[in-house]
Ligand binder design. Structure first.
Ligand SMILES: Cc1ncc(COP(=O)(O)O)c(C=O)c1O
Length: 392
């Protein structure tokens, strides 16, 4: 896979860009791992004469490497690093103004829904939830006040797939921007800007960081004007990623492809095991040929990714299931080296009112799994044991 690097004009494969994107060698010392520039401010050589950095909220050399790296990986013109995925989403939504409406896909991350419902609504930015992933429904949902669509594909937690290319085409015909939360896929598996989207956001906390040891957010834009506006918002509102966390995130990204390959391999094995299990009523994983999103996902992503959800047949005791797991931890978050499981209706999507959650198809019995990079047989044995323990 060849990447066309919009910023430098050079072409590299994604595996190379993960290691060298953002020019990671420190210009001053030649250090091949960018140092942690743990400084708040920078000495200036005279009035108006700085060496590229003035103050670490505005810009920091360690953060800059990360920002250029994610821009290279997503094939955008500029990247921005924030203190969390929600800070990145908040900064991107701050591009809009009172009177604007944002359309969101029906099962976005609960926190994205919450910030629109409880914060941006107070500033006159409204939102509507798309009823389906059908591009025809999108056309009908774009009213005159719609300024942007914010979607996830696969979306959290039902792994529903949206045709990013078709959505972008329809949105652009009506002058609407497309923002894609690419957290679940990462640029290794899917690059929304290449498919026509305008802005990509990430929770860097997940696969990009990859080790469940930091909280971070990233945004990448495809045009200079938005880049300037977002740089202004980033500096004005100040929710930036700190130098040490920027270093950790760069370090995590270096091994993204090898980790993702194992995550995906494990997810495929587990999805097939769950699909064949007599105790499981439904599996949601766009990597399965039987999944409704399989075809569209195969057109726009390298594979089905590594996140999956499932429901146990009636009569199973969910509490017992979670308590019987030995290896897999019940925890918020995903994308770490260790397998994590969560109960969306009381955890990641608890901030969505019950009626909206139900309308989005998020059942109370839904279980979301983020397979780690342990041995697949061990993960499957752990699931198998807990499913049997929870049985009627
Ligand atoms: C898809 C998605 N987007 C955004 C976020 C928010 O990211 P953070 O927790 O880093 O603020 C999450 C967190 O779980 C997520 O799953």
């Amino acid at each position: 896979m060849i990447m066309n690097n919009a910023r430098t004009g050079r072409k590299y494969s994604i595996n190379t860009t993960l290691i060298h994107g953002g020019n990671q060698i420190d210009e001053r010392t030649g250090a091949v791992s960018i140092p942690i520039y743990q400084t708040s401010t920078f000495k200036q050589d005279g009035i108006g004469k700085n060496r590229g950095f003035e103050y670490s909220r505005t810009g920091n050399p360690t953060r800059k490497v990360l920002e250029d790296l994610i821009a290279d990986l997503e094939d955008g013109v500029a990247g921005f690093a924030f203190a969390s995925g929600m800070a990145a989403i908040t900064a991107v939504l701050s591009l809009y103004k009172s009177g604007d409406r944002i359309l969101i896909s029906r099962n976005v991350y609960g926190g994205t829904y919450r910030v629109l419902d409880k914060v941006f609504k107070n500033f006159g930015i409204s939102y509507s939830i798309l009823e389906s992933e059908d591009p025809e429904d999108l056309g009908k949902a774009i009213t005159d006040d719609v300024a942007a669509i914010l979607l996830e594909s696969p979306a959290n937690p039902l792994m529903s797939v949206t045709d990013i290319r078709a959505f972008s085409k329809i949105a652009h015909e009506k002058g609407v921007k497309v923002i894609v939360d690419n957290t679940f896929m990462t640029p290794y598996l899917q690059r929304p800007l290449e498919l026509g989207a305008d802005i990509v956001v990430h929770s860097g906390t997940k696969y990009l960081g990859g080790h469940s040891d930091l909280v971070a957010g990233l945004a990448v834009v495809s045009d200079r004007e938005t880049a300037e506006r977002l740089a202004f918002i980033q500096n004005a509102t100040g929710g930036v990623l700190q130098p040490f966390d920027s270093f950790l995130l760069i370090r995590g990204i270096k091994t993204l492809s090898v980790r993702m390959d194992r995550h995906v391999e494990n997810a495929c094995r587990i999805a097939k095991y769950l699909e064949a299990s007599e105790d499981v009523s439904r599996v949601y994983y766009p990597g399965l040929e039987t999944d409704s999103g399989y075809e569209v996902n195969s057109r726009q992503a390298k594979n089905g990714g590594a996140m999956l959800s499932f429901e146990l047949k009636e009569g199973h005791d969910l509490g017992r299931f979670f308590e019987s797991l030995e290896l897999i931890s019940l925890a918020e978050s995903l994308g770490g080296a260790e397998s994590l499981v969560c109960h969306p209706s009381t955890m990641t999507h608890a901030s969505m009112p019950e009626n909206i959650r139900k309308a989005a198809g998020i059942a109370d019995g839904l279980i979301r799994l983020s397979p780690g990079i342990e041995d697949a047989d061990d993960i499957i044995n752990d699931l198998d044991h807990a499913i049997k323990e929870s049985g009627a």
